[in-house]
Design a protein around this ligand. Structure first.
Ligand code: AMP
Length: 227
């Protein structure tokens, strides 16, 4: 199964993609996390990417593709890629099965991002009002000290929303035309949005069950292994 999550910055696509990957038992891949790791490790690719991330622009396709496509497993839940039409054209070779699009308006986006904290170790994401850590500034999962992202400043958030609208948003139509798009309302709590996504996943399973005449255990297996 190859699932892609799309949505504006702060739509919760990373959090939701991670939860779906855990439920389906397939790897979760985040383009942003991979880039942040490369930057933290000061690799050659990380050094090439850093200045773009800091100002909220897209890293050049050549760099992100080199980092990402070489390391994609056979099945995955991917977020943060593709971010423009040329990247989507490249991903066509890998043939994503479904693209979940979480939609959210600008005021909600700014409100969410300005309260975001990230664990630099296990990559867990928190929100200081809707999903705070149990101990202030400490990751519930691995105990590391939480940080803020360098690109979560007001100015950079505005730039990222702008880049999203101009470069990434056209992909919604691209995937809609290819009948791969599943649109999900991104408003509400993490659990509410997750329930909406899982209802859609159940819908996919139901269709598969009917089409293939399989029982639900086999359908789960089929979903995982679908190519
Ligand atoms: P994210 O964690 O998805 O919000 O990504 C953070 C930053 O990483 C973006 O603002 C870009 O600078 C860079 N980035 C992440 N994914 C991509 C991509 N697919 N193409 C280009 N740049 C990316």
């Amino acid at each position: 199964m190859k699932i892609v999550f799309m949505g504006p910055p702060g739509s919760g696509k990373g959090t939701q993609a991670r939860m779906v990957a855990e439920k389906l038992g397939i790897p979760f891949i985040s383009a942003g996390n991979i880039i942040r790791d490369e930057i933290a490790m000061m690799t050659e690719l990380g050094c090439r990417a850093e200045r773009y991330v800091k100002i909220g622009e897209l890293v050049p396709d050549k760099v992100i593709i080199e980092i990402l496509l070489a390391n994609l497993p056979q099945f995955f839940v991917l977020e943060g890629f593709p971010r423009n039409i040329p990247q989507a054209t490249l991903l066509e070779k890998i043939k994503p099965d479904y693209v979940f699009y979480l939609y959210l308006e600008s005021p909600d986006i700014i409100q969410r991002i300005s309260k975001r904290k990230l664990c630099p170790n296990c990559k867990m994401v928190y929100n200081l009002s809707s999903n705070p850590p149990k101990t202030p500034d400490i990751c519930d999962i691995c105990g590391s000290k939480l940080t803020s992202r360098v690109d979560d400043t007001e100015e950079t958030i505005k730039k990222r929303i702008n880049v999203y609208e101009n470069e990434t948003y056209p992909l919604i139509d691209y995937y809609r035309k290819r009948e791969k798009l599943i649109e999900i309302d991104g408003r509400g709590s993490i659990e509410e949005v997750h329930d909406r996504i899982m209802q859609a996943v159940e819908g996919i399973k139901g269709t598969a069950r009917k089409e293939l005449g399989l029982n639900s255990g086999f359908v789960s297996l089929w979903l995982k292994k679908k190519v």
